[in-house]
Design a protein around this ligand. Structure first.
Ligand SMILES: [Zn+2]
Length: 332
């Protein structure tokens, strides 16, 4: 086949190309749309030394890493594919509206009758149209577990199709700012800064007040987490014990502190209720129900005025018991 086949068909195509109106229009449209040439199949290989990381690593993480580093123009290709995709629908509708009839005199100048001419034209056009390949990048991720001599011990692979690739790209893009900031912020933490924070906080947990003498470990915590734009500055750092730090997790600092304080307050009020009812044999309505306790906590009463404003306490003689409540709240 080879050369003879190519020659035969290119000759056949050339005479049709020369006279086909649709083909000329198609070339114009192709020129108008600036599709960027990209590979539609990309292989990525990743070596892992430990079995655990081999098992744990996800195709998504590997892809994100390559996007981040733009390895072998990986990110450029994805962005080109997104560009191509964004103009592809318009391109297709222009192509679909191609409906030119080549004049019969022109067709007669080729060696074909109309039927054959249009058949060849159709095949030429099909071969000249940009296919969805211009954006349908597929990524084949191969992961190998290797030993120190790079002998392959295990392998796994997965194909990531375009839609998933784009959602990974978008996730990377959305987190990019955060990733850069958090990397930068974590680098700013140093021993000198840690010492300053510990000293300022009196070597105590800022939430529960425990010290290392209580058997906990003191840690430095970002009050506004780095993930929410918190900075590594002395004003955004606090000392927490490992227990409080663990409980705080990714919760908002204020929210956590409030919850913690509410629990402490609640315990104090329960203690107060119990002591008073035990010692003074108080009438039932002076003894808070759990509902009342919750409402009290919502109010976070600090003054008698605040207590008076709480309807639930309308039955309580504020002057006497109110003071006791405040005292109970403020007692350490
Ligand atoms: Zn603590």
């Amino acid at each position: 086949m080879g050369l003879f086949h190519d020659l035969l068909f290119s000759n056949r195509d050339n005479s049709v190309k020369q006279y086909s109106e649709n083909y000329k229009k198609l070339l114009d449209i192709n020129n108008k749309y600036d599709f960027i040439s990209i590979p539609n199949y990309i292989n990525i290989e990743e070596n892992e030394f430990s079995l655990k990381s081999f098992n744990d690593i996800l195709a998504k993480q590997i892809i994100m890493y390559h996007i981040e580093n733009n390895d072998n123009n990986f990110r450029d290709w994805i962005e080109s594919a997104i560009h191509n995709q964004s103009i592809y629908q318009n391109y297709v509708s222009e192509i679909n509206s191609l409906n030119y009839k080549t004049p019969i005199e022109s067709i007669n100048r080729t060696n074909y009758n109309s039927e054959k001419f249009y058949k060849i034209e159709k095949s030429i056009i099909n071969n000249t149209i940009y296919k969805e390949d211009v954006f349908k990048i597929k990524v084949h991720v191969y992961v190998y577990r290797v030993n120190r001599n790079y002998d392959i011990k295990n392998r796994k692979d997965r194909v990531v199709y375009f839609d998933e690739l784009i959602s990974i790209y978008n996730e990377w893009k959305n987190n990019k700012k955060y990733a850069q900031t958090s990397k930068k912020e974590r680098k700013l933490m140093n021993n000198q800064l840690k010492d300053e924070v510990l000293k300022r906080d009196g070597y105590k947990c800022c939430v529960c007040g425990k010290t290392e003498a209580d058997g906990i470990k003191l840690e430095i915590d970002h009050i506004i987490p780095v993930s929410r734009g918190g900075q590594t500055t002395i004003s955004n750092l606090q000392t927490l014990c490992n227990e409080c730090n663990l409980k705080k997790g990714i919760q908002d600092n204020d929210l956590y502190k409030e919850k913690y304080n509410n629990n402490v307050l609640k315990q104090k009020l329960i203690k107060f209720r119990k002591e008073r009812s035990d010692k003074l044999n108080m009438p039932a309505y002076y003894i808070f129900t759990n509902d009342e306790l919750d409402k009290l906590l919502d109010l976070m009463p600090k003054t008698l005025e605040e207590l008076k404003q709480a309807n639930i306490l309308s039955n309580i003689k504020i002057s006497v018991h109110g003071k006791e409540i405040i005292k109970a709240i403020n007692e350490d």
